[in-house]
Design a binder for this molecule. Structure first.
Ligand SMILES: Nc1nc2c(ncn2[C@@H]2O[C@H](COP(=O)(O)OP(=O)(O)OP(=O)(O)O)[C@@H](O)[C@H]2O)c(=O)[nH]1
Ligand SMILES: [Mg+2]
Length: 698
């Protein structure tokens, strides 16, 4: 492939709700550009961008794929992101390195929750947006209605630049409002079109859209407005210059009509992208920081002559492919074999072979210039979200803030001997996909996976099996309950005494147990007078208490919020030793604890749920049904934000429940808040279970 200057690059993220046709559109781009000689389909599992097992089997995208093609002297890099909500992290990664979001909206169904989320991400990143009303070839396609919704829900700065002629199965032409021509596609033209005069019957509609477009464009810029007011029209040059600027400034969001699968409208959108979409050069310089320089922000202009800076936005490791780091160059030129510094850990990295990608197909390239997107193999210590930069130019790009996990499951290895392999496999998979986390909970003795939803975790588990040959099962994670007391026991005595030939054992203590305020933890007081328990044994007494607390008394969960005072006891000059006092203290504690009105505590999480108004009642009812307490709510546009305290036990798979109750429109975050007493009937059940388990273990 030839070399491109930054001004000839177009980095485009293909986003939108699941099934809006992104992967098919990408397939159409490659075919129309002549990069492939047949068009694959998602149904047959032979598209360029849905190439991995998970995608072929499930028939939807799971991971962002990079494709590239040449179009009218420009190089298009397209990132085909998944639409399924569990993979929003992939969307964020794709948008982070794109200069344009192509948001596809289904011509029949219209705006869906994924469309809303992608629009909000683009807004957050200040990414220019084009809307494509896609699948206009479908029965009941309603382009105008979709445009109305986009304007209503997203922005009145959305404006039609290409509209469809005869929607439905006969859809094969669009009218371009800027060129004021009819663009006619035909079945065998490989996506090419012929330009024709607009037929008289369509003229009024074309004029209407043209007028709207010119008026809106002139309002984006004072100089243009003056010209428009003076002459009543804008020249082609004035339109081109004004349009490019309005797009970068997010003052105009062009709307198109297409049927990616039939290739209708694809080539004309690509023409528009080549002509008017921003190149990396004209985008505002991205923000970063000097390493160790605190939080002071600096920017980095897209300059091929500058020092090299690149940012890794995605890691792919698959059998037959090896580990690939996908990156965008932000400054300078990247060459194979170059030494750069990973600013996250200060380590030097020598770059391996560089590749341009089309899905899993890769083509070697000697260098990658500022603004371009490519891949490199086998970096040693560099992962997603890391910046590599020249030694003399330390610079760290702003990280992608991936969405926090919303679902936890525990995993159990099917074969106990696999545990090490499971741990290292999960670690490697996490490097590739930072939106899921693995933690070994030392208290619960469980490995807990957390991620973006059930599908996401299933994908992780399946990859673990395919790539590392180990099988695990997903189960509900245990809850870290706590035990504590409500009453005071003034004297709990225990004497540990053994005389069995030779030297005996002797330890004797009196303990007082009192409850502490919630969250205070534990306090040990040495209240012994006159040395009845010799000073050298006091640490052993405390150790005995601490060990008993760790093991728990009634349910096997840790004891908290208790004050223990050692106030009396006795010792034997020969037989007393540390072990004896430890045992005595443990036993005295356990005995006293049982008499001190023991209770169970459970973790309570603070839940923040954002749902459309119409679902608020159902969601609040459901939260109450989960023993939750509503803390408050506030309106946010047509959404309500509900805050509540809910026991962790009741939040298992809440992501699924919320999605199904709101048709996927509800989102939530959760974080630990505090411990609270478990209601008696629930506590009794937990205690009985624990005792049963204990009997089985013994
Ligand atoms: N009628 C019609 N169907 C289409 C068109 N484009 C895609 N489809 C169909 O829509 C379905 C989804 O297409 P995909 O390309 O997988 O959609 P996607 O947006 O990549 O889906 P996710 O990866 O799940 O987000 C497939 O069955 C396609 O055949 C189109 O232009 N017209
Ligand atoms: Mg897809």
């Amino acid at each position: 492939m030839k070399e491109y200057l930054p001004s000839s690059l177009r980095n485009v993220a293909l986003v939108g709700h699941g099934g809006c046709g992104k992967t098919t559109f990408a397939e159409g781009v490659l075919y129309a550009a002549g990069a492939t000689n047949r068009m694959g389909t998602v149904a047959e599992g032979n598209t360029v961008s849905d190439y991995n097992h998970d995608e072929i089997e499930r028939k939807f995208s799971v991971s962002t794929s990079l494709i590239h093609a040449e179009w009218s002297e420009t190089k298009l890099n397209m990132l085909d992101a998944p639409g399924y909500p569990d993979f929003l992290g992939e969307v964020k990664g794709a948008l982070r390195v794109s200069d344009l979001a192509l948001i596809l909206v289904k011509a029949v169904e219209g705006i869906e929750v994924g469309t809303e989320i992608d629009w909000s991400f683009a807004k957050e990143y200040r990414t220019p947006v084009f809307f494509v009303v896609n699948k206009v070839d479908a029965e009941n396609s309603a382009f105008e209605k979709r445009v109305g919704e986009i304007r209503e829900k997203f922005s009145h700065d959305a404006v039609v630049v290409q509209f469809p002629v005869s929607e439905g199965p006969g859809f094969e032409s669009v009218v371009d409002v800027i060129r004021m021509k009819l663009l006619k596609f035909s079945a065998n033209s490989k996506g090419k079109y012929t330009e024709e005069e607009i037929p008289v019957s369509l003229k009024p509609m074309a004029d209407k859209y043209r007028e709207e477009f010119v008026e809106q464009l002139s309002e984006t810029n004072e100089a243009l407005l003056n010209v428009f007011l003076e002459k009543g029209a804008l020249s082609a040059d004035e339109i081109a210059v004004g349009l490019r600027k309005a797009i970068v400034d997010r003052k105009m969001f062009p709307v198109f009509a297409a049927a990616g699968q039939k290739l209708t409208g694809v080539a004309s959108i690509l023409d528009f992208i080549s002509a008017f979409a921003p190149s990396p050069e004209v985008m505002p310089a991205p923000i970063g920081y000097k390493p160790n320089g605190g939080t002071e922000e600096t920017t980095i202009p897209c300059d091929p002559g500058g020092d090299t800076v690149l940012f890794i936005f995605k890691t792919i490791s698959e059998r037959n492919i090896g580990e690939l780091s996908l990156f965008r160059v932000y400054s300078g030129v990247v060459m194979a074999g170059m030494d750069l510094v990973n600013q996250a850990n200060g380590k030097s990295e020598r770059l391996g072979t560089l590749y341009m990608l089309n899905g899993k197909d890769r083509k070697e390239t000697p260098k990658v210039i500022a603004g371009d997107i490519a891949a490199v193999v086998k970096l040693k210590d560099t992962h997603t979200n890391n910046t590599l930069s020249a030694k003399n130019h330390p610079f760290v790009m702003k990280r992608i803030d991936f969405p926090p996990p919303i679902m936890r499951v525990a995993i159990v290895s099917k074969n106990r001997h696999d545990e090490d392999k499971v741990a290292s496999g999960l670690h490697a998979l996490h490097e590739e996909d930072p939106t899921f986390l693995v933690e070994v909970d030392p208290e619960l003795k469980q490995t807990v996976l957390s991620g973006q939803g059930e599908m996401h975790l299933q994908v992780v588990v399946k990859r673990l099996k395919e790539r590392y040959g180990v099988e695990v099962e997903m189960v509900e994670p245990d809850i870290p309950y706590r035990e504590t007391i409500r009453g005071v026991v003034a004297d709990s005595e225990y004497k540990h005494k053994k005389q069995s030939g030779g030297r005996g054992q002797y330890g004797h203590v009196h303990l007082k147990l009192e409850p502490l305020h919630r969250g205070k933890g534990y306090e040990f007081v040495d209240g012994v007078v006159g040395g009845v328990v010799p000073g050298r044994f006091i640490p052993a007494v405390e150790k005995g208490v601490v060990e008993a607390m760790d093991r728990g008394v009634i349910s096997g969960h840790k004891v908290v919020d208790v004050k223990v005072t050692l106030f009396d006891g006795s010792s034997h000059p020969v037989d007393s030793d540390e072990i004896s006092f430890k045992i005595a203290a443990s036993m005295a504690f356990r005995k006293g604890f049982k008499d001190a009105k023991p209770i169970l505590l459970e973790p309570i999480y603070e839940l923040e749920v954002l749902v459309p108004d119409e679902h608020m009642g159902d969601i609040m009812g459901d939260i109450s049904g989960r023993r939750g307490k509503i803390l408050g709510m506030e309106g946010e546009g047509s959404y309500q934000k509900i805050k509540a305290h809910v026991p962790l036990k009741e939040l298992y798979k809440y992501a699924n429940i919320l999605r199904s109750m709101t048709q996927g429109r509800g989102v939530f975050v959760q974080k630990f808040s505090h411990y609270e007493e478990v209601p008696k009937e629930v506590a009794d059940r937990i205690i009985t279970e624990a005792q049963k388990d204990k009997v089985e273990q013994d």
